[in-house]
Write a protein that binds this ligand. Structure first.
Ligand SMILES: Nc1ncnc2c1ncn2[C@@H]1O[C@H](COP(=O)(O)OP(=O)(O)OP(=O)(O)O)[C@@H](O)[C@H]1O
Ligand SMILES: Nc1nc2c(ncn2[C@@H]2O[C@H](COP(=O)(O)O)[C@@H](O)[C@H]2O)c(=O)[nH]1
Length: 203
């Protein structure tokens, strides 16, 4: 199952994902994105992002290497296609943490994905989270907050909205969504088809 988690910058997507991976629900693989933005202190290439030049990123786009991509506050961000395909083929859930324009491209290509929008309790919480993170200057925080309003207006295109008031509560809400999505009859039938195909191959 492809799980897409969006929400304005600073809402806490990365924090919630890390809390999920540190807790009981770890049954998904995180897709590391590619970006042309500068590495922040402590970020590691291949772990936080694949940090690439604009030319390298554009080469990936031109050669069909991206599932989706978008420009966000002056930089490219995108999802490498190969990892997503390989991981889904292995029967694992994949989590994408991406902004709204990219998510809508994924919606077109993978309509049976699960699209979750993480919202802040209010815009002032968003600003104080971004400021508290200390990774952007004041002007960049302003650009990101400005973008947040249009991003929140895109929420109607998602399947679920989750408020990130408290990290542990947001984690629980997302886990419940994933668990019940796994029980949807078309997905269960798909899993049975896979099992039956394997049994046929053995007999
Ligand atoms: N529920 C919460 N309550 C208070 N602070 C939070 C909460 N969730 C996250 N934060 C804090 O908000 C800041 C931004 O969180 P985080 O980096 O996870 O956001 P993000 O949505 O992944 O941002 P970006 O899209 O820019 O990567 C961090 O300092 C984090 O510790
Ligand atoms: N469309 C995509 N958006 C992405 C991807 N990876 C991250 N993002 C989003 O970009 C902004 C800014 O991120 P930051 O790390 O510079 O704070 C944020 O909304 C991310 O979710 C991607 O692969 N595709």
């Amino acid at each position: 199952m492809l799980i897409v988690l969006s929400g304005p910058s600073g809402v806490g997507k990365g924090t919630v994902r890390q809390a999920m991976l540190a807790g009981n629900y770890r049954d998904f693989q995180y897709s590391v994105s590619m970006t042309t933005r500068q590495k922040r202190p402590g970020e590691v290439d291949g772990v936080d992002y694949y940090f690439r030049t604009k030319e390298e990123f554009e080469h990936e786009i031109a050669t069909g290497g991206m599932l989706e991509y978008a420009q966000y506050v002056g930089n490219y961000y995108g999802t490498p296609l190969k990892y997503v395909n390989q991981t889904l083929d292995r029967g694992k859930d994949v989590l994408l943490e991406i902004e709204v324009k990219g998510a809508m491209q994924v919606r077109e290509k993978c309509p049976d994905g699960v699209f979750i929008f993480l919202t802040p309790p209010d815009l002032s919480a968003l600003r104080s989270r971004l400021a508290g993170r200390g990774t952007e200057d004041e002007a960049t925080i302003d650009s990101r907050i400005k973008k947040a309003a249009t991003e929140i207006a895109m929420m109607e295109n998602y399947d679920y909205a989750v408020v990130n008031d408290k990290v542990n509560l947001a984690v629980r809400r997302i886990e419940r969504i994933i668990e019940s999505e796994h029980l949807r009859v078309p997905r269960v039938i798909d899993r049975y088809k896979g099992m039956l195909a394997k049994a046929d191959a053995v007999n």
